[in-house]
Ligand binder design. Sequence first.
Ligand code: SAH
Length: 362
Amino acid sequence: MRFMVDIKQMTPDEITSEIIGMGLPRYRAEQIIRRIYGRGAADFGEISELPKKLRAELEKRFVLTAPILERKLVSELDGTIKFLWRLPDGNAIESVLLRYDYGNSICISTQAGCKMGCAFCASPPNGFSRNLTASEMLDQILFAQRESGEQISRVDLMGIGEPMDNIDEVLRFLELVNNPLFAPGGRAKGSPIGLNIGMRHISISTCGIIEGIDKLASYGLQCNLLISLHAPDDETRSSLMPINRVTGVDKLLEACLRYSKITGRRVSYEYALIKGVNDSDAQAETLAEKIKSVGGHVNIIRLNEAAGQFEPGDAHAFCGKLVAMGVNATVRRTLGADIAAACGQLRLQKKNLTVKFLRYYE
Ligand code: SAH
């Protein structure tokens, strides 16, 4: 059996060395990279500037991953686009393209399903299928650009899955996205032919796996770290997020402090407000005290009622209380409300649809 290499697991620099190693001129590598990154080539046949013989050789040597667009929803409210992709092994993953004044941002999935089992999340607790590869994370950007015709300049690892539970592929993905290979002429003359998205434009959201946070910190990258905190006390947080039974709030905050000391980056804390669960005055006070001791910003999120059993709390009132206590807090804007843009919802709907569809044929 022939060993096939996933070409999109390689950085543009590595692709170039590989192509040169095949005895081909450098400009061939550039043609390939431009097509992969610039237009999201779905197979080598699309790289029409290459001779047919070379395309056939590349097909034998490399895998070129390409998700199939199964569903695309466009918000009439704000132009948010939600994509449901089907991977070759049958797994479905989601990404959401968000439009802001400063440019387009994409929220990507890092796993097919999730093991974390947070009580308020739309991802079913036993729904974990597998880790995504770095190239499958990259594809969500490349094919969202191809499908929408839009340029993406920011990336949030905040879709389905827990990035820190797949940290090695996430680190590889960061390398791919950040790789600024320049066309001949160097930085001054050439234009970047990789994605070249700056680390400060990449955010990683985690439920708080400490080993992952420390590993990321050890690379000293300049990406943004977002912590899904959702409660300042262990009792409440453990009832919402099983991972907290292992870590505990204070150990998590210590890891965040280490992260910001090593990287010099401010950490943001996400807090989805749940009526009667994490919105009391006492919790606002504990949260304020803890956040002020480690520094950082609190992002109050309006709870999405996907999971059913919880009701949203008053985000603006809670935020006001934090601000009055001297915390740097804001309420996050909701985008794509009409297309179920929040994490996991489309995948969930699609799953139900598939189940109904199968039953129909039984
Ligand atoms: N596993 C990572 C990233 C995926 S979840 C994490 O935990 O951060 C992305 C964000 O959506 C997290 O902040 C998560 O807590 C939040 N979230 C999940 N379900 C939600 C809901 N029903 N309403 C509001 N936010 C939710």
